[in-house]
Design a protein around this ligand. Structure first.
Ligand SMILES: Nc1ncnc2c1ncn2[C@@H]1O[C@H](COP(=O)(O)OP(=O)(O)OP(=O)(O)O)[C@@H](O)[C@H]1O
Ligand SMILES: [Mg+2]
Length: 424
């Protein structure tokens, strides 16, 4: 009997002091179907400051810039993504796994104080299921569900009473042809999923172009077909919003595109101050209607009459808000973190009257060439951001350059010149 007790005691001690500390979470995971549900690590220490862990779903350039902003505040970033990426190398612990890999995702979430994402097109079902009680997910799954599907998003914008251009949901190519006839060519076709920097958006000027575009975009069954909006310019407004509804808004940016891809962002936007104020109000209202928490970018069309139409939104830091890093008191990345942690929001005002950000895209396939960044630094005032991608392909966002100053023309010239010297 005594021998049996002795062995049981040894076994217990071995488990408690060796197995549990090292493999504890995994053992518990194997024991329960939903591993971290209901486990309490400790009360959330929101507001406590240093050493909070931010779990970032995704490991691309937005994750990178979030981690860099968080480091200044003493936050630690960790990344979960389905594939390796150079963008977040050295910036925090990285876990590579599928979005529904419960064995990897459970401990990752359990080890985070707050969880956020850099892309709305990921499957959040398992994340929400495994999210432990002490961690929060912002933006919420409800917000992401409204945003990730462009058709659901558009319908939600419309039903919330905001102005949008005419659109139709088309289940067949015949419906699309009829819709194009009703709205009249040219029309814009969009897949329902991830925008991927304009790749999901195609113009059709006639029936044959429409048939070709439809075939390409119809993977999710329905294609969103929009009337071409005759805008005078495109605007983007970044809002930062906390769960308790406290929000703030950045200066309105003028986004300029080559083809359908945004390549230059200029501040201030050359619209009247009345339009700018309306754009900021509209963006705040849209962010509230989607229950967004963190940073939200609302892209809009400005018509010749000054009327504004909502094009689309993202509930996360956005490419059109990168100017905030160098041009504003608080960057969109820092404010995103402050908002999801429930901390006080940082000032959003401009440091200088003008700022221009020029995106740097890949133009070839292969290994990235990092030497061009040094060339760009010779341009006075150029702040160069390279995203650390190891490989390049045509159209891939590789970095951006921001220049701020007093005169928009001068700033624009320098930003374009610097960005043009980077040939990744
Ligand atoms: N209905 C429309 N009328 C006119 N132009 C449009 C329309 N819809 C989209 N565009 C043009 O195509 C661009 C890309 O469209 P949209 O923003 O909806 O797609 P996206 O694929 O998410 O792009 P991105 O990721 O670059 O924002 C818009 O910024 C605009 O220039
Ligand atoms: Mg867009």
């Amino acid at each position: 009997m005594a021998v049996a007790f002795y062995f049981i005691e040894r076994l217990l001690l071995f488990y408690l002091f060796y197995l549990y500390p090292v493999f504890g979470v995994n053992l518990l995971m194997d024991a329960f179907a939903s591993p971290c549900r209901g486990l309490r690590r400790r009360a959330p220490r929101l507001g406590a400051g240093p050493s909070l862990k931010v779990g970032i779903l995704g490991a691309g350039q937005l994750g990178r810039m979030l981690a860099l902003a968080g480091a200044r505040l003493g936050l630690r970033a960790q990344f979960f993504s389905p594939s390796e990426s150079g963008a977040c190398a050295g910036l925090g612990h990285r876990v590579v796994g599928a979005w529904n890999d419960r064995r990897l995702l459970g401990p990752f979430l359990f080890d985070s104080d707050v969880v956020t994402l850099e892309n709305e097109s990921l499957d959040l079902a398992t994340v929400v299921e495994l999210l432990p009680e002490h961690a929060r997910l912002w933006p919420s799954k409800r917000t992401v569900d409204w945003i990730s599907d462009k058709l659901v998003q558009k319908r939600h914008v419309l039903s919330a009473g905001f102005p949008v251009g005419a659109f139709r949901a088309c289940r067949t190519v015949e419906q699309a042809l009829q819709a194009a006839k009703d709205l009249s060519f040219p029309v814009v076709l969009k897949g329902r999923g991830d925008g991927d920097a304009g790749y999901g958006t195609t113009w059709a000027h006639d029936d044959s172009q429409l048939r070709a575009a439809y075939g390409r975009l119809a993977q999710r069954g329905t294609v969103l077909l929009e009337a071409a909006v005759p805008f005078v310019r495109e605007l983007s407004v970044v809002v930062v919003r906390r769960a308790d509804g406290v929000d703030d808004v950045y200066p309105v940016a003028h986004t300029r595109r080559t083809d359908v891809r945004c390549d230059v962002v200029e501040i201030p936007a050359p619209c009247t101050s009345a339009v700018a104020v309306r754009a900021q109000t509209l963006a705040r209202e849209v962010a509230a209607a989607f229950g967004c928490v963190g940073v939200v970018a609302v892209e809009m069309f400005e018509l010749a009459s000054g009327e504004l139409l909502v094009n689309e939104l993202s509930s996360r830091p956005h490419n059109t808000g990168h100017f905030t890093i160098d041009a504003c008191v608080t960057s969109q990345f820092e404010n995103h973190l402050r908002a999801i942690l429930g901390w006080s929001l940082g000032e959003t005002s401009l440091l200088r009257p003008a700022g221009v950000t020029v995106n740097v895209f890949g133009t070839r396939e292969g290994r990235a060439d990092k030497r061009g960044a040094e060339e760009a630094l010779h341009v006075s005032g150029a702040v160069v951001h390279m995203y650390g991608h190891e490989s390049v392909r045509p159209g891939k966002r590789m970095g951006h350059v921001t220049v701020v100053g007093d005169d928009l023309d001068d700033v624009r010239w320098r930003a374009r010149e610097a960005a043009g010297r980077i040939r990744p």
